[in-house]
Design a protein around this ligand. Structure first.
Ligand code: PLP
Length: 411
């Protein structure tokens, strides 16, 4: 038989989500009348903004006309969308990005997952802990992780940057040489952010130590506070060391429509086997054009509409809706003495389980006594032990109901 990529055997099963589903199903079977509210999912619940659906309808009609029909488009994305991204997400913040530095794609999950393949298999990878699991698993598949240690709940060759209440969720710089650093801000799952000054430390570190930062800012649109950077390129010199990922998924309800983009600056360089400098942008362009055939025209017209005056207004309303949910959860839990983090610049609330309760006991208590499903923090890494994630993506009604039920629990 054909041998498989043996690295896949090092992957840990998606224990967390299957365990959540198992416990939920069992509870529902035993309590068929329970009205379960899920604050565990990372998917949005509001509809697409009207500006987006209008633009998509118009684009569909265009495609029916032979003269305006579009087939394969540029793999990197249409200029109309790339220009709107540059003007609104970068130029408006004083950041200069060129059109050949933006790559439109069908999602940040694919981009943050695929990007690692343009780097050496020997690269040492650092991730925040807790972490969005895609960064880790894609490096496991590529053979960079080493063995999984069940006792530490960690891979032996991955460098984990702990983010806990003790360091205010601000990780320390790595204590050994790393090549690739994944940073996610605003953070999933903790909902926390870095200030400009803190982010500058990472950029300076990457410059001084010849490493590359993979900066996932899928939740950028949720930033409310002044001192929180919207882009890593707000930091001088970041274009020499960082790749940035952005997604329309949470910003505009595109989780099912699928559209995102990645910025790979032309100043960013790596080394080939002979020690010659290579532009990372050229590599990503080669990878993207070889393995990807572009996002649909209709979707890109929908994404472009987000930047129209009506689109911007509707997006702001959407973000406000979820961030009001976040505030309701945060304030409600804090009012009963729970320690809560995040939820100010991100749609995630990260809470400390009360009285040191372990993750699964707290999960079971919430499910059985309040009929609420959340996500145990340990599913995002060892440093998530003792924490719990709730999301603000539910409806207002369910969010308010859920908070009321938690307030009535005896904790
Ligand atoms: N990055 C982070 C940190 C996320 O939480 C998610 C989705 O939950 C993604 C990327 C994926 O986004 P997309 O829908 O664009 O694939």
């Amino acid at each position: 038989m054909t041998a498989i990529n043996h690295n896949y055997t090092e992957l840990q099963g998606s224990y967390l989500f299957s365990e959540i589903a198992k416990r939920r199903t069992k509870f529902v079977q035993e309590n068929p009348n329970a009205e379960i509210i899920s604050l565990g999912i990372g998917d949005v619940t509001r509809g697409l903004p009207e500006a987006v659906t209008k633009a998509m309808h118009a684009a569909v009609d265009e495609l029916a006309v032979p003269g305006s029909f579009r087939g394969y488009g540029p793999e990197q994305g249409y200029d109309f969308l790339i220009n709107a991204i540059i003007e609104n997400d970068y130029k408006a913040r004083g950041i200069s990005i060129q059109t050949n530095e933006v790559f439109v794609s069908d999602g940040s999950k694919c981009d943050v997952g695929n990007i690692q393949e343009i780097f050496s298999e020997n690269s040492i990878v650092a991730v925040q802990d807790p972490v969005y699991p895609v960064y880790v698993d894609t490096n496991v598949m590529a053979g960079r992780s080493g063995k999984f240690n069940k006792e530490t709940n960690r891979y032996e060759n991955i460098v984990y940057l702990e983010c806990t209440a003790e360091n205010n969720f601000t990780p320390s710089l790595p204590d050994r040489k790393v090549d690739i650093i994944y940073l996610c801000y605003p953070n999933n799952p903790t909902g926390m952010t870095l200030s400009k000054e803190e982010l500058k430390k990472w950029v300076d570190y990457a410059k001084a130590n010849n490493c590359i930062i993979l900066y996932d800012s899928a939740y950028e649109a949720f930033i409310q506070e002044e001192d929180v950077p919207h882009s890593i390129y707000e930091i001088e010199g970041a274009d020499e060391v960082a790749i940035e990922f952005r997604s329309f998924s949470k910003t505009a309800g595109f989780t099912g429509v699928r559209c995102a983009y990645t910025v790979v600056p032309r100043k960013l360089k790596g080394l080939d086997a002979n020690g010659n400098e290579v532009l990372i942008n050229d590599l990503w362009n080669r990878r993207h054009t070889t393995k990807f055939n572009g996002v649909s025209y209709v979707t890109q017209r929908g994404a472009e509409a987000i930047y129209s005056p009506e689109g911007k207004e509707q997006i702001t309303a959407l973000v406000d809706y979820y961030m009001t949910n976040a505030r309701i959860i945060r304030d409600g839990l804090a009012s009963i003495g729970l320690e809560v983090f995040g939820g100010v610049n991100a749609p995630y609330i990260w809470l400390k389980t009360p009285n040191g309760m372990d993750n699964w006991s707290f999960f079971d208590k919430l499910l059985s006594e309040a009929n609420i499903v959340g996500t145990p923090g340990v599913g995002f890494g060892q440093s998530g032990q003792g924490y719990f994630r709730l999301t603000a993506f539910g409806s207002r009604e369910n969010t308010e109901k859920a908070v009321e039920r938690i307030r009535n629990l005896s904790l």
